[in-house]
Design a binder for this molecule. Structure first.
Ligand code: C5P
Length: 237
């Protein structure tokens, strides 16, 4: 389970990142850098995380014209990102360009290509605000599946989605398509702004390949104890 938990380092405080990493490094293999951590640590983060065999998920959710996203993804690949995401709503061409660029950059650097993920519909949205925000008549789950199929067609390895959508995603995209799920809340944690949530055990039970957890761990009084409790719950699942 240690290989399937990704801890979101959602802070721009370098000392806090340092402390969290030191505290969790023996129990957690994957760390996620969003904009806050990335703008604090920069490219030096890659060798820093990797020195002890840790893996880095660059969660910058790229969404731009194909040429720009291809360059962004190529740059992150060259520096050693293990997982990179982009908004699937950026479209087929954008995702294909990203895949080609990651292939080329990994080949040139002689390193494995990072896992590429499409973000479907953010887990902070429920049915009502999805329809309001996008003016869409389509059900949220249908939109998630539609975007996942587009990501698969473009050559991405998987998607970021809510654990609540795993079943339809598996049906549409098969067992080898990765499903990475944020929106994870153990019973003892607050839901914060996340809406489409499940517990760690439920997410694993439903078939999530990786779960992403931020605040329930990094804002806990004892982050190591919180991570261990979550890993235990994952094992139960
Ligand atoms: O603190 P929490 O556990 O809600 O953190 C979830 C993390 O996953 C955050 O870093 C958030 O940006 C990220 N994420 C998400 N929903 C997505 C994609 C990424 O919550 N669809």
């Amino acid at each position: 389970m240690k290989d399937r938990l990704i801890v979101a380092l959602d802070t721009d405080d370098g000392e806090e990142i340092d402390w969290l990493f030191g505290t969790l490094m023996d129990n957690v293999r994957w760390f996620k850098m969003g904009f806050q951590a990335f703008s604090t640590l920069g490219m030096e983060a890659f060798p820093w995380f990797k020195q002890n065999g840790h893996k880095v998920f660059v969660d910058l959710k790229f969404h731009d014209i194909p040429n720009t996203v291809a360059r962004d993804v190529g740059m992150m690949t060259k520096h050693g990102a293990n997982m990179i995401n982009m908004h699937a709503s950026g479209g087929l061409e954008m995702m294909q360009a990203a895949r080609d660029s990651a292939d080329d950059a990994a080949y040139e650097a002689d390193i494995p290509r990072p896992t590429l993920l499409g973000v479907t519909v953010l887990t902070s949205m429920d049915e009502t605000n999805f329809q309001q925000n996008f003016g869409s008549e389509r059900e949220l789950t249908k939109q998630v599946v539609y975007l996942a199929q587009l990501a698969q067609e473009a050559g991405l390895d998987g998607v970021v989605a809510s654990p609540l959508e795993i079943e339809p995603l598996r049906k549409a995209c098969g067992d080898n398509f990765l499903i990475v799920t944020p929106g994870i809340r153990p019973k003892w944690a607050e839901s914060n702004d996340q809406r489409r949530i499940t517990t760690p055990a439920e997410a694993i039970n439903k078939g999530a390949d990786y779960i992403v957890v931020g605040r329930p761990i990094i804002e806990a009084d004892d982050p190591l104890e919180a991570a261990e409790m979550i890993l235990d719950e994952m094992r139960e699942g």
